[in-house]
Write a protein that binds this ligand. Structure first.
Ligand code: GLU
Length: 265
């Protein structure tokens, strides 16, 4: 049976968008793309889906506002950029979701929300309560205070933990990568997209290579890690392109889009 069967009946889903999916190469927000994405997500909510959005972009967005020429590396500058960028992100998300009649809530997590039992319970409770109340939790790492010891590092991993905490049935990682290919698609024009992965074997891992983008921090490897974390809790993961957010509907029509990873890998 295809891993896609049953996606029509999904009730709770987590979407993850990466920095490069919501910004132009110059770091500015791609407002048209974000608008389309929020429109589709709002419409899916109207259909009855409970949605959580994990969004990157806090550090990458408009670093120019603080006078940085590029995404900063010095930790305190990175924290400052995140504090400013997170406001900008949430302002836009809140404005757009409100236009479509939905309520947003900001949830910022650090890794102790996974590592420390009490914090984990708190994180779980807030996500569940917000979803019960019909809000859209918008989650990011709390980059303004996350120092190296307590950081997730990339939002692919964070999104998998959020899917687990929220008891989601599906994690959708929207990316500038179309999914997992049998060869590096940047170097091989005959590279074929792998539609379904039942098990993340060492061979599958070797296909993930190091492909990643300049703005975010994850490549395909971190997406496989996320799929593995989700699968251990019986949550399916789809990695697909964010280029046309309207394609998200195809996921719930059980059409072949991106790569799907099964639960219990
Ligand atoms: N939390 C980071 C941000 O919002 C992104 C991490 C990542 O690129 O995955 O900028």
């Amino acid at each position: 049976m295809s891993l896609r069967s049953g996606l029509k009946d999904i009730k709770r889903v987590v979407f993850k968008v990466g920095t490069s999916s919501i910004t132009y190469p110059n770091g500015k927000l791609n407002i048209n793309k974000i608008d389309l994405l929020i429109r589709v997500i709002s419409d899916l909510k109207n259909r009855g889906l409970e949605v959580t959005l994990v969004s990157s972009g806090a550090i990458g967005v408009d670093v120019g506002k603080l006078g940085f020429a590029e995404r900063p590396h010095y930790m305190p500058s990175k924290q400052a950029a995140a504090a400013v960028g997170q406001c900008e992100l949430m302002y836009l998300y809140d404005k757009l979701f409100s236009e479509y009649g939905h309520t947003t809530a900001q949830v910022l997590l650090t890794k102790d929300a996974v590592d420390i039992a009490e914090r984990r319970e708190n994180a779980k409770n807030i996500l569940h309560r917000l979803l019960e109340l019909g809000a859209v939790p918008i989650v990011n790492e709390n980059d303004a205070v996350a120092t190296e010891e307590i950081e997730f590092g990339d939002n692919d991993t964070l999104s998998a933990y959020v899917a687990v905490l929220a008891n989601a049935q599906l994690l959708v990682i929207l990316s500038d990568i179309e999914g997992l290919f049998d060869k590096d698609p940047h170097k091989n024009s005959d590279a074929r997209l792998i539609g379904e992965v039942d098990e993340i074997t060492p061979e599958i891992r070797s296909l993930a290579g190091g492909a990643g983008s300049r703005q975010g921090s994850g490549g395909m490897i971190t997406k496989l890690d996320a799929a593995q974390i989700a699968a251990e809790e019986n949550i399916k993961t789809i990695v697909c392109s964010s280029s046309d957010p309207r394609k998200i509907y195809d996921i719930f029509d059980e059409e072949n889009i991106g790569t799907i990873f099964g639960g219990k890998l």
